[in-house]
Design a protein around this ligand. Structure first.
Ligand SMILES: [Zn+2]
Length: 234
């Protein structure tokens, strides 16, 4: 019965190994996933900046339209009062001020905003096309990985079937004990006695324990140090 338990353990360790393999995502896939995430974040950042830019542009354009209205009104008023020389000077001054303000808005606010907008749109287009160009390879690698995982899971199911067939031949209390030790030790629940030592923790075992381990009878004997079930093959 302990031989079968050893076989079950071999299967369990194999299932564990496959489980680790399932989670070991290929490096090239991980690198592409990271690249995609970075580009997505970059795109979100650029879109946000563009949104802010658009708001600033429409604010400055509204301000500009307002000044242009005022300028047109001032010019109309100037024409209507063409014969009043005192008012003419006032209108000249106002028109001069408004024209200055308009030129300032155009050159110092709107032009840089338009330039920034073009720059952001260029960056956005580059990031989008980069994202688009890595999509086919990413998809290919994702598909390959899904197939790889599927194959490993098939292998796991096969081992699971073998394990179930074997566990029918083992005392249920012993199997439960083995499972508990295995869980606590995060690995092996049974250890072989080799050269008088526990194969699990390498502790030297008293001769009486070695003899009981060789007898392979129930109740099982456990390592006084690590608590694993001991089996000595003869
Ligand atoms: Zn031990």
């Amino acid at each position: 019965m302990l031989e079968e338990l050893l076989q079950i353990q071999a299967i369990d360790l194999e299932i564990d190994r496959i489980e680790q393999e399932v989670h070991a995502i290929p490096e090239d896939l991980l690198a592409l996933r990271r690249a995609k995430e970075e580009l997505d974040a970059q795109l979100r950042g650029l879109e946000q900046q563009l949104g802010g830019n658009r708001r600033e542009v429409s604010q400055a354009e509204a301000e500009l339209a307002d000044y242009q209205d005022k300028l047109n009104r001032a010019r109309g008023d100037q024409e209507r009062n063409a014969f009043d020389s005192k008012l003419q000077t006032q209108y000249e001054n106002l028109i001069h001020q408004l024209s200055d303000r308009i030129a300032e808005l155009e050159e110092e606010v709107l032009t840089p905003l338009y330039e920034r907008s073009e720059q952001l749109q260029g960056q956005l287009a580059r990031a989008s096309s980069e994202l688009e160009s890595l999509a086919p390879q990413l998809e290919q690698l994702e598909q390959a990985n899904a197939l790889r995982v599927e194959a490993l899971q098939g292998e796991q199911r096969r081992h699971q079937g073998e394990r179930e067939a074997l566990s029918g031949t083992i005392d249920r209390v012993l199997l439960r004990e083995y499972t508990l030790i295995r869980r606590a030790k995060k690995g092996a629940g049974v250890a072989l006695v080799v050269g008088g030592r526990c194969g699990g923790c390498n502790m030297h075992l008293p001769v009486t324990i070695q003899q009981r381990a060789a007898a392979q009878r129930l109740p099982v004997v456990k390592c006084p140090s690590c608590g694993r079930i001991l089996v000595k093959q003869t």
